[in-house]
Design a binder for this molecule. Structure first.
Ligand SMILES: [Zn+2]
Length: 430
């Protein structure tokens, strides 16, 4: 018996003996579907972490989720019955016992879909979750759509700039004393025209409303969810910022959906963000904690981010501050990255300071200086990034304010001003 056969035998023995072992395995508590604009999310909640393997089948289109150490029993069946059929791309779901130790969940789909799966640890009212995102392959890609919109805006701005452009001044002729009687004609009154538009590339602002979907964020004493108020504030901020056609806003989420932190950063990078603003509402055990706070990335967060960035093969083809790191000497790559990160951090702090100035008249400040922390969403090495805790949702008074549309608008106006003033200090992107 060779090693391969021995392993197969062992696997068979384990599989055969697992009917009794399975009793100790995870239990599926609930299965839910969250239809989104571009993808449908299926969440499987369980009392302990699930081990799973996801695959796809065609004709008809199905996504298959094999879950180890789980029984396709009555409890799982019951959980599945709460799942709404005909949700988003999902037609219906069914389970079966694929192997003695493996339950198979089959998701029947309306069309072919890209499948991405990840595990979420318990948070708030939720236990362990296995999240499966089904993105129909013919779905609109929001990032591609945004980049198209960006290119169109650029063309519009370029045209506008060309129309306003002042013709280059006549070269200065060698100074010769003019004939005494000569009348120097006045130049045409171009000078009274509106100032030249110098920035033809629109600024890309990424707004990142925290949490979403199964992650409600902080919950106020009256039951207000952080995920809802921050989305409302972000939407208002987007509308205000886009009143200026030189600014174009991308939202990391514009619906009630959970997005992993790393994906938020990736989205910001793939739309070439000039600024990243994450919007949250704080919570504290003491109900009297109050005020807004603004965070930038800490030194320690920055250096660990740099190390991770280098380690992650996916990032190596990325441009960091316009420099491609792939194929470079690792020591040099690390230097470039750290330099970029430290320049970016200084910019983030400048953005944060300005933001505090704008928020102060609207809300009490919790701290008057930019705080620094290792937040994962602030880890882009070349996008100035801040995180705003708009207020303490755990404070009854601030919870009330956060839920009011008027106060949300005030916060949105303050965020708009903070971003605009920062952008005004940025160099023209050629
Ligand atoms: Zn939050």
């Amino acid at each position: 018996m060779n090693r391969r056969e021995a392993l197969q035998l062992l696997a068979a023995l384990v599989a055969g003996g697992s009917a009794t072992l399975a009793l100790a395995g995870p239990r599926v508590l609930a299965v839910r579907a969250w239809p989104g604009k571009t993808s449908t999310r299926i969440t499987i909640e369980s009392d302990s972490e699930l081990r799973f393997f996801v695959s796809s089948l065609a004709y008809p289109d199905r996504t298959v989720v094999d879950i180890s150490d789980v029984q396709a029993d009555a409890a799982f069946q019951k959980a599945l019955e709460t799942l709404k059929n005909d949700t988003g791309v999902l037609v219906r779901a069914r389970i079966g016992q694929y192997r003695p130790d493996t339950a198979r969940l089959v998701l029947e789909l309306k069309s072919r879909a890209e499948t991405a799966a990840f595990a979420l640890p318990p948070v708030g009212q939720y236990r362990h979750r296995l999240v499966i995102d089904l993105t129909p392959t013919d779905a609109d890609d929001p990032i591609a759509a945004f980049l198209t919109k960006l290119a169109e805006r650029e063309t519009t701005l370029e045209r506008a700039a060309a129309e306003l452009a002042i013709p280059p001044p006549e070269p200065v002729k060698p100074v010769a004393p003019p004939p005494v009687a000569a009348v120097v004609p006045k130049p045409p009154t171009i000078a009274t025209r509106p100032p030249l538009v110098t920035h033809v590339k629109p600024f890309v602002v990424v707004l990142d409303p925290g949490h979403g979907g199964e992650d409600p964020g902080a919950v106020g004493p009256a039951g207000t969810y952080e995920k809802d108020v921050v989305l409302a504030i972000a939407r208002q901020t987007k509308a205000l910022l886009e009143q200026d056609n030189r600014v174009i806003v991308f939202m990391t989420r514009d619906e009630d959906v959970f997005i992993p932190l790393g994906d938020r950063v990736k989205k910001a990078r793939s739309v070439n963000a000039d600024v990243f603003v994450s919007i949250h509402a704080d919570a504290f055990t003491r109900p009297d904690a109050q005020g807004s706070s603004v965070f930038a990335l800490s030194e320690r967060g920055a250096s660990s981010a740099a190390a991770k960035w280098i380690a992650d093969k996916e990032n190596q083809s990325d441009l960091i501050g316009g420099v491609r790191l792939m194929g470079r000497d690792p020591v040099l790559a690390k230097m470039i990255l750290e330099m970029s990160q430290s320049i970016t951090n200084a910019e983030s702090i400048k953005l944060g300071r300005g933001m505090i100035g704008e928020l102060k008249p609207v809300n009490k400040m919790h701290k008057h200086a930019v705080e620094q922390a290792g937040f994962a969403v602030l880890r882009s090495p070349d996008v100035p990034s801040i995180l705003i805790e708009t207020a303490f949702i755990s404070n009854p008074e601030e919870e009330r304010k956060l839920s009011s549309a008027t106060h949300q608008l005030k916060l949105a106006r303050a965020i708009r001003s903070g971003v605009r003033k920062f952008l005004a200090t940025q160099q023209v992107r050629a």
